[in-house]
Design a binder for this molecule. Structure first.
Ligand code: SAJ
Length: 459
């Protein structure tokens, strides 16, 4: 197989990369590549009403992402200044690309079936413009079988080229997480799954040129399954923590004390006693990854698997995690009963709209679920979410002052500076319901609060 990358780099020409989709995955990838020696990047994004504004922002050198993302903004302005990054809505720009990275969204619908229409549209456009010899990298998280049985046929049909011959096709999944996007992208190990061994070889070469975490080549199906298993594993373990915290609560045992004892188990050579770290229970599991990835895995198994598999554990884990905002409502109702204050006549202060600490990402946020069920006056604060189409985000003081119940939904670092006496003086009724182990239960009770907390037994 011709060493295309080496050949191009040997010519010292910039390697031209087109990144299709400028969301939480595409934008950081474009920024990292555009600030890496030897790359020139065109970010291509459909100019839709919702996301078209990103193109202008990017071409001004402004990164359209908030939250604590230390690097993306700096890298974008540096690259635009240098002329190695530009954004466009013109898919014909793909014609110049040596490498095309597909980072479009692959959500699930209300019936938990994958929505691959964005991927299909992108592949049709890419196929129509891609150059012979280009490397196509599917980074979006997809059901097993998508690279070979969905993406490949579209690209071949539209381009008239054959995968593995006229172009190379790989699936390489990202492991980014809001708040640590660039760090993870550059430093975590990378898996590259090729349609053929030759495709894999080219993909490994490309990702090795900027990834410092090591790159492993496999087949595309193994790569697709690995990504989904990684997140399904995490989802199941969070569900285990949630169920164990309910058991501990019912027995009057503090889950976090139990967790501390078990997670302190050392990995002593020769003990053959494997470490088994417990995760944290919480107000719910949000984000764009965990709520959907086990469904993608189950869908792909049903669609392309050789025989049916009863995926009971994955389904149950999703049900448990999706039930946690409901548990928060129960705890709020229970605490307000103890405080002898009718919830319906109260003001509930919700701290945190983002699904995860120190980010502005509200996708599938547990707070949005809880808001659907709360029938009282509600004030929502989030230090990183500057605005939201469905929720009015209020200043912190405005949220807390005169409230009857303070509910912690997201463990933003800024909330760790909150002082209980100060909070108590601003609230009308002193009730705290802590969904993220932010406060110390004893300190809350000593300060005169009615306290409930996921993972903490009420003493
Ligand atoms: N959560 C819990 N308990 C925990 C951990 C998380 O309730 O012990 C909740 C969080 O509050 C959040 C949700 O789960 O609402 C997801 O949290 P996360 O830390 O898994 O954050 P994500 O969705 O950004 O997870 C991503 C995943 N990476 C990708 O899919 C690309 C995951 O595989 C990573 O482990 C995680 O980032 C990470 O921290 O790197």
């Amino acid at each position: 197989m011709v060493n295309y990358l080496g050949f191009i780099l040997s010519l010292m020409r910039q390697l031209n990369v087109a990144v299709i989709g400028l969301g939480y995955v595409g934008l950081p990838l474009a920024a990292v590549l555009a600030t890496t020696e030897g790359f020139e990047v065109t970010g291509i994004q459909r100019r839709s009403a919702r996301s078209g504004w990103k193109l202008a922002a990017l071409n001004r050198g402004d990164a359209p992402v908030n939250g604590i993302e230390p690097d993306v903004g700096r890298m974008v302005s540096e690259a635009v200044e240098k002329g190695t990054l530009r954004a466009s809505d013109d898919f014909s720009e793909v014609r110049k690309a040596d490498v095309v990275a597909i980072t479009v969204q692959t959500p699930i619908d209300k019936r938990r079936k994958p929505v691959l229409s964005h991927l299909e549209d992108a592949c049709i456009e890419i196929g129509a413009h891609m150059r012979e010899g280009s490397l196509i990298c599917l980074e979006s998280t997809v059901p097993p079988g998508t690279t070979e049985y969905f993406v490949k046929p579209i690209l071949e049909e539209e381009s008239g080229l054959k995968a593995g011959m006229g172009f190379s096709l790989v699936h390489s999944y990202e492991r980014v997480t809001p708040g640590r996007i660039v760090f993870n992208l550059v430093n975590l190990p990378r898996v590259v799954g090729g349609y053929t061994d030759g495709c894999t070889e080219r993909g490994v070469e490309f990702y090795s040129s900027f990834s410092k975490g090591g790159v492993t080549g496999v087949d595309c199906l193994t790569a697709e399954v690995s990504k989904l298993v990684e997140n399904s594993h995490r989802d199941v373990n969070i569900a285990l923590a949630n169920e164990l915290s309910k058991i501990c609560g019912s027995l009057g045992v503090d889950y976090y004390k139990v967790k501390g004892l078990i997670n302190a188990l050392p990995d002593i050579e020769g003990s053959s006693n494997p470490v088994r770290p417990l995760l944290d229970p919480g107000a719910g599991v949000g984000g764009h990854c965990l709520p959907k990835d086990s469904h993608l895995l189950m869908y792909g198994t049903g669609r392309f698997g050789s025989k049916r598999v009863a995926t009971k554990l994955l389904r149950t884990a999703r049900e448990i995690n999706d039930s946690m905002p409901g548990l928060m409502l129960v705890l709020i109702e229970d605490a307000m009963d103890e405080a002898d204050r009718p919830l319906v006549d109260s003001k509930v202060a919700l701290l945190g709209l983002a699904y995860r600490e120190d980010t502005d990402d509200c996708r599938n946020s547990p707070t949005l679920s809880l808001l659907k069920w709360l029938r009282s006056e509600v004030a929502v604060h989030d230090p990183h979410v500057l605005g939201h189409p469905e929720v009015k985000v209020r200043p912190l003081l405005d949220t807390i002052i005169g409230s009857d119940c303070l509910v912690v939904m997201t463990r933003h670092s800024t909330y760790k500076e909150l002082e209980l006496p100060c909070i108590a003086s601003m609230m009308r009724t002193r009730v705290i319901v802590d969904g993220r182990n932010l406060f110390d239960p004893t300190e809350c009770i000593d300060e005169g609060f009615v306290y409930r907390g996921i993972g903490h037994a009420v003493s």
